[in-house]
Design a protein around this ligand. Structure first.
Ligand SMILES: [Zn+2]
Length: 106
């Protein structure tokens, strides 16, 4: 029987975990009233969903037309930590950071 691999958290991951929950920072809205009300992350450990009350990190607005979310989701079921990286554009399209780089906007 093999032990599950536990990846060490990077310094950036530890910083994100020290930040407030996304719940406390959302909604983040554009001037047109559209935007992000909440985020749910997919857990790669167990396939479950992690609500924004259990995701910690930063929500920043580098441009009036762009919301950037960089966070770490801590799964309450399997304890896996996974990165949450989104760029939300004012047209309400979303780019997602994957292993292959930024994908989108969709
Ligand atoms: Zn999980």
């Amino acid at each position: 029987m093999t032990k599950p691999k536990i990846l060490a958290l990077s310094q950036r991951d530890q910083y994100l975990l020290s930040m407030p929950t996304l719940d406390s920072q959302l909604p983040a809205l554009f001037e047109n009233g559209e935007g992000v009300e909440h985020v749910t992350a997919y857990c790669p450990g167990c396939g479950g969903h992690v609500h924004s009350a259990r995701i910690r990190g930063v929500v920043v607005r580098p441009l009036r037309s762009l919301i950037v979310i960089e966070a770490l989701a801590a799964c309450p079921v399997c304890k896996a930590a996974s990165r949450v990286d989104y760029r939300i554009h004012e047209a309400c399209s979303v780019s997602n950071l994957t292993r292959n780089g930024w994908v989108g906007p969709f």
